[in-house]
Structures are given as C-alpha cells and as structure tokens.
Design a protein around this ligand. Structure first.
Ligand code: ATP
Ligand code: DGY
Length: 376
C-alpha cells in the first residue's frame, strides 16, 4: 500500500513536518510495511518556508534587512535542498508583525527589506525563487523592493522618492538601468495568498489597507498613488499590472514583481505543489493523508488540503484523500465534491483549545492509527 502523507501545519500547534511524522507513526503501528511518502505542505502563507525547507532537506538563512518602518530587522528565508532555490516569505522582512498600533503607517511602510533578501540570495548563487506574498505591513506596490534591487523611482526634480506608497503620487520617471542584471536569468514564482488587483474597490489599498492602519482618507491617497504608479509602469516600461489577479497581494508587491522582474503569478498552494514535486511523488498512491489546524468550507478556496487533494487525484484518481483537522468548521460537506473524500477531527473530546493544541501530535497519530485499521 502506497500512502502519501501531505498535511499543512496546524497553526500554533505543529509544523507540517511534525504532523507528517505523527501521521506516519500512526500508519506504521497498523501497516509497518506500507510505503510512506511524506511531503509537508503549505499554502504560500505562514509556514511555507519551513515546509519547503523540510520537504527538500534545505536550510534557513537569516539576514539583517530594512524593516517596514525603515529600521533594521532580522529576517530569514529558506535555501532549498537543491542549493539554488530560495523561498522567501515577504512577511519575514516586511510583515505586519513588525508594526503595532502606535507605529503602523501604511503611507510610509516599505518593502525594501524584501528586495534586500532577494539580493542576499542572489549573492549566494540562487537562480530560482519562490516568493510568498501576504501578511504585509506595506502598501507601496513593491516600490521599496524595486529600489533595493536597483530601480530608481524619481520625482519631477529627478530626486529619489522616499519610502512608502503615498510618495508614489510624486513619481515622474522610472529608471531601470541600475536593476540587478542577475534578475534577467532567474526564475521567480509568486505564491500569492489572494487574487485581488492592484487598485480599485477590490484593490490592495481598499481591501487590505485598513488592517495596516489606513483610514478612509488614507485608502484614497494610497489607491490614487498606486493607480498613478501603474500608469507610469504601463507608459514607461510597457507592462500592464493594474488589473492582474494577485497584483494587489502584499500591498501591491505582486504588481512590483510583475513590473520589474519576469515573475509568474500562482496561487500559494499551486506553487508548493510544484516545488515539492507532489504529483510525481503521488503516482500510484492508494491513500493520501492531508490536513490543517482548522478545516471548513473555506478550505476549498486554495488552502493546502484542497490543492493537495486535487494534485494527488490528478495523477492517482482512485486514491482516497483523508483530511485530518484540529477542528472541523461549517460546510465541510462542500469539500467532498472537490477532492477530499472524508474529514476527521483528531481532537479527543470537549477539551480547551490549549489542551487540544498540546495534544495535537499524539491525537494525530492516534486518529491515523484508527483510520488505518479500516484501510488495511
Ligand atoms: N490541534 C488543534 N486542535 C484544535 N484547533 C487547532 C489545532 N491546531 C490548530 N488549531 C486551530 O485551527 C485554527 C486554524 O489553523 P490552520 O492551521 O488551519 O491555519 P490557517 O490555515 O493559517 O488558518 P486561516 O488561514 O483560516 O487563519 C487556528 O486558529 C488554531 O487555533
Ligand atoms: O499582505 C496583505 O496585504 C494581505 O495578506 C493580502 O496579500
């Protein structure tokens, strides 16, 4: 029996690798000879770097970079086992966790540090990037990242713009002559947590600006500035970024990548499926265990268990896909039609969240063991 073990992390409880190890433990009690293929998964959000590092035997690298407020922060990224692929969560350098209620400032926060992480990886010989977009403190359209990579964003006096989305209202010319030439020959896959465009009602500023501290007035200032930025990108670089799905991710960083690099936009889980070679590994699988901390109807919208189920079924249609969860929420019946055959809660009973989280790995192993008793 071939078993693919491909869970996401259980947020706040266990990494994807820890959950995968616990599932394997449960399987082995009942089927010691089963062929187990462990592929820790992620959906492009928090935990993506760790999962891909674990899936490929890579390492974490840390670097001091410019945080969203312009002060130094210690960030990190993953170098995968192949030695030439870097996985960067933009939030590690430019994330919302670096600001608080007193310091959040969406007009001025910058993605400069994300660009510095890319430079750091290029200096190590990286030729392929996976970049997780989401969880940002920024609304600068990726302007800071572009500046860190050598782009000059100038006002009508030829002066470099200061950090932040608001300053883009003064943008007059974009000089890409100093853009790091190494970017021409690298591959960049964007793993976006949302499909929003750069501007407008569904754009970065209107939808995600408020969670970064933007008032109604600030949202208009930022939306206008990003629209102006997109117009100059169109006129001066010949690239159309404004309406592209995902351009509005991470405060418009998606648009910045599309404007200044050859990046391809993907959903987070699609990117992880590709990077982990899940489809190749799932050839001929009989059973797949996936899962995440909380499963509900939203799981079908691009979360890891759904992407996993669909990838596995695309190569092994007969494979039974079982999702394990810490908690089951509303509407899980909707998942049965889209690839997940059954959903089980691993929780032993009516315990507190704290107790459930503390017992996660034992409970995952025990639930898997029980399921395996039916399957062999
Ligand atoms: N062992 C557990 N038992 C019960 N609940 C858990 C357990 N582990 C995690 N959770 C809860 O499930 C919730 C969702 O976790 P999940 O791993 O699905 O994160 P997520 O996909 O980032 O969530 P979302 O994107 O929906 O915020 C978390 O808030 C967490 O408290
Ligand atoms: O960072 C953000 O703006 C949100 O997570 C959407 O990408």
């Amino acid at each position: 029996m071939k078993i693919v073990i491909a869970p996401d992390s259980f947020k706040g409880a266990a990494t994807a690798k820890e959950v995968a190890d616990a599932i394997e433990k449960g399987v082995r009690v009942v089927a010691p000879g089963a062929e187990c293929v462990k592929v820790p998964m992620a959906d492009g959000g928090e935990g993506t770097v760790q999962s891909l590092v674990d899936a490929t035997g890579g390492e974490l690298v840390s670097a001091e970079v410019t945080g969203p407020l312009g002060t130094p922060v210690t960030a990190w990224y993953g170098l995968l086992g192949d030695g030439v692929t870097a996985v960067i969560e933009m939030a590690a350098a430019s994330g919302i966790q670096f600001v608080n209620d007193d310091t959040k400032d969406p007009l001025r926060t910058t993605t400069f540090g994300t660009g510095e992480l890319i430079e750091d990886a290029l200096d190590r010989g990286v030729t392929s990037f996976i970049i997780g977009l989401g969880g940002s403190a920024t609304n600068d359209g990726g302007a800071g990242m572009a500046q860190a990579l050598g782009v000059r964003l100038l006002d009508d006096q030829g002066r470099e713009l200061p950090f932040g989305g608001a300053a883009l209202a003064d943008l007059s010319s974009i000089d890409v002559s100093g853009l790091d030439a190494r970017l021409d020959s690298v591959r960049i896959l964007l793993a976006s947590d949302v499909t929003n465009p750069l501007t407008g009602e569904r754009g970065a500023s209107a939808v995600f600006g408020p969670q970064k501290g933007a008032t109604g007035d600030m949202v208009s200032v930022l939306d206008d500035a990003l629209r102006h930025y997109a117009a100059l990108i169109r006129d001066q670089l010949g690239r159309e970024v404004e309406g592209v799905p995902g351009a509005g991710a991470a405060g418009g960083l998606g648009a910045g990548f599309l404007a200044f690099t050859h990046a391809a936009m993907r959903s987070g889980v699609q990117t992880v499926v590709e990077a982990t070679h899940l489809k190749e590994k799932a050839q001929g699988a009989d059973v797949c265990f996936t899962g995440e901390g909380g499963i509900d109807y939203q799981t079908q919208y691009g979360k890891a268990p759904m992407g996993t189920a669909q990838a596995v079924k695309s190569v092994s249609p007969q494979c039974k896909v079982i999702a394990l969860a810490g908690s089951k929420g509303a509407g899980i019946e909707q998942l049965y039609d889209v690839g997940i055959d059954a959903v089980f809660s691993v929780s032993p009973g009516a315990v507190s969240l704290q107790e459930a989280i503390a017992g996660t790995l034992d409970n995952v192993a025990s639930c898997t063991q029980n399921l395996m008793r039916l399957l062999v």
